[in-house]
Design a protein around this ligand. Structure first.
Ligand code: NAP
Length: 365
C-alpha cells in the first residue's frame, strides 16, 4: 500500500470479512488515509484480507493494486482464493501488533482475535456474536483494553463511546432502552400507517432491510444481542436468558420455507392491526423496544405515546435512551441511522483510530 504523507506511526490492519461492511471499510481506509495521516498521525496499512475461504497476507503491507483487485473480486461474489498469492484461510497467522477487524458474522474468528491480543495487537468488532455469547466467554473481550466494538450497536452512532464516557466520568447507568433494529423500526412504522403486517414484511425484504429470511430479524435475537452488549458495557453481567424476547412470529413457524412463511404471515395481519388500533385509541403507537437494566430486560412490541421521542421515530431510524444518575430526569438520547454498510464501516474506522491513538499505541510500542 502506498504510504500516506506526513504520518509517523504504521498501523497494520487485518480485515476478517469482505462482505458489505468489510468492503466499505477497506474503501474508506483507502480514501481517507491521507486525511487520517494528517489529522491523527497514523498510517493505516492493510496487511491481511480474509474471507470464509482464503487469505491474502503481507506483513509489509498489501499493494494498492492487490487491494483494488480484492475489492473487485469480492464485489463480484467470488473468493479471495481466486487471486494469485492467496493462501487457505486455515494457514493464516496474525502479524505482530496488527489490529484485527472482525467484520464477519462468525464465531470461527475467535482464535484470531485472541491471537491478535496475545501478539500485542488490537481488535475492532462489528461482529456481535462473540460479545453476546455466554458471559464467561465474552468477558475477556469486554475486559481487554485493546478491544473496540462501537459498530455492534447502532452502526456508526456513538452508543458504546457514550456509555464508556458516562461510566468513566463516574455516572452509573441505571437503564438503557430504545429501538435498536432498523428493520423492526420500519415494520412498526408501516403498521402505524395501516400497512398489513404481511405486506410490510414483503416491502422491507424488497428494500433489502431484512435478512433473506425475515424471521432472523422478526425473532428479536439480533436486538437482544445489542441489548446484551450495552448491558455488559454498563457493567451488568447479564446472560441472554435474562432477557425476555417477544418474537414477531410464532416459533412453530420456524421450520417453514421462507416462501411458506411469507404466505402464512397473512394469518397475523388482523391481530397486529388490532394491536395498532388499540394503541391508537389511547394516543399511542407500537415500537419494537428493548429495555434493559441491572437485573435483566424485555424486548418486544410496546405501545408508546405518539408524541414521545420513540413514538415520533420514522422509517428505519434507531434511538437509544440512556438513564443515569445525572441524566435521570431527561435521558441522554442518541438517534439516527442504525444500519447500512457505509455508516457501520465509519463506526469501525473511528474505532481503529481511537484504538491506535490510545491503548494500542500505549501498550504495544
Ligand atoms: N450491514 C450492516 O448494516 C451492519 C450493521 C452493524 C453491524 N453489522 C455486522 O457486521 C458484520 C458484517 O456484516 P456484512 O453485512 O458485511 O455481512 P456479509 O455481507 O454477510 O459479509 C460477511 C463476510 O464474512 C466472511 N466470513 C464468514 N466467515 C468467515 C470466517 N470464518 N473468517 C473470515 N471471514 C469470514 C464472508 O466471507 P465470504 O465472502 O467468503 O462469504 C463475508 O465476506 C456482521 O456481523 C453484521 O451483523 C452489519
Amino acid at each position: 500500500m502506498d504510504r500516506p504523507k506526513g504520518a509517523t506511526l504504521q498501523v497494520p490492519l487485518v480485515i476478517l470479512g469482505l462482505g458489505g461492511v468489510g468492503r466499505a471499510l477497506l474503501r474508506q481506509v483507502l480514501d481517507t488515509r491521507n486525511a487520517v495521516a494528517r489529522r491523527a498521525g497514523l498510517a493505516l496499512r492493510p496487511v491481511g484480507l480474509v474471507d470464509s475461504q482464503a487469505a491474502l497476507v503481507n506483513p509489509d503491507g498489501l499493494t494498492d493494486e492487490l487491494l483494488e483487485r480484492a475489492l473487485q473480486v469480492k464485489a463480484a461474489g467470488a473468493s479471495l482464493g481466486d487471486l494469485a498469492g492467496s493462501l487457505p484461510r486455515a494457514g493464516l497467522a496474525i502479524p505482530p501488533r496488527a489490529i484485527v477487524l472482525d467484520l464477519t458474522a462468525s464465531l470461527e474468528t475467535r482464535p484470531l482475535l485472541h491471537a491478535a491480543l496475545a501478539n500485542g495487537g488490537g481488535v475492532v468488532l462489528a461482529n456481535k456474536l462473540g460479545l453476546a455469547g455466554p458471559y464467561e466467554e465474552a468477558k475477556p473481550l469486554f475486559d481487554a483494553r485493546r478491544v473496540r466494538y462501537e459498530a455492534t450497536v447502532g452502526a456508526g452512532l456513538p452508543v458504546i463511546a457514550t456509555l464508556r464516557t458516562l461510566l468513566n466520568t463516574g455516572d452509573p447507568v441505571t437503564r438503557v432502552e430504545g429501538v435498536l433494529s432498523g428493520t423492526l423500526a420500519y415494520l412498526a412504522w408501516q403498521l402505524e400507517q395501516n400497512v398489513a403486517y404481511s405486506v410490510a414484511i414483503v416491502r422491507a425484504r424488497a428494500l433489502g432491510y431484512t435478512e433473506p429470511d425475515p424471521r432472523e430479524d422478526l425473532g428479536g435475537r439480533d436486538v437482544a444481542r445489542k441489548a446484551l452488549i450495552m448491558a455488559r458495557t454498563a457493567g451488568w453481567a447479564l446472560e441472554m436468558e435474562d432477557l425476555e424476547i417477544e418474537a414477531l412470529y410464532p416459533r412453530a413457524w420456524s421450520e417453514m420455507s421462507v416462501e411458506e412463511f411469507l404466505d402464512q404471515a397473512r394469518a397475523l395481519d388482523q391481530s397486529y392491526a388490532m394491536r395498532v388500533a388499540e394503541a391508537r385509541a389511547r394516543g399511542e403507537v407500537l415500537r419494537y423496544v428493548a429495555h434493559v437494566g441491572r437485573a435483566g430486560g424485555t424486548i418486544g412490541l410496546a405501545a408508546v405515546p405518539k408524541a414521545s421521542s420513540l413514538g415520533s421515530l420514522q422509517g428505519t431510524a434507531n434511538m437509544i435512551r440512556v438513564v443515569t444518575e445525572r441524566y435521570h430526569q431527561e435521558p441522554l438520547v442518541i438517534s439516527g441511522p442504525g444500519a447500512g454498510t457505509e455508516v457501520t464501516a465509519a463506526g469501525v474506522l473511528g474505532d481503529i483510530i481511537d484504538l491506535a491513538r490510545g491503548d494500542w499505541q500505549k501498550e504495544s510500542m
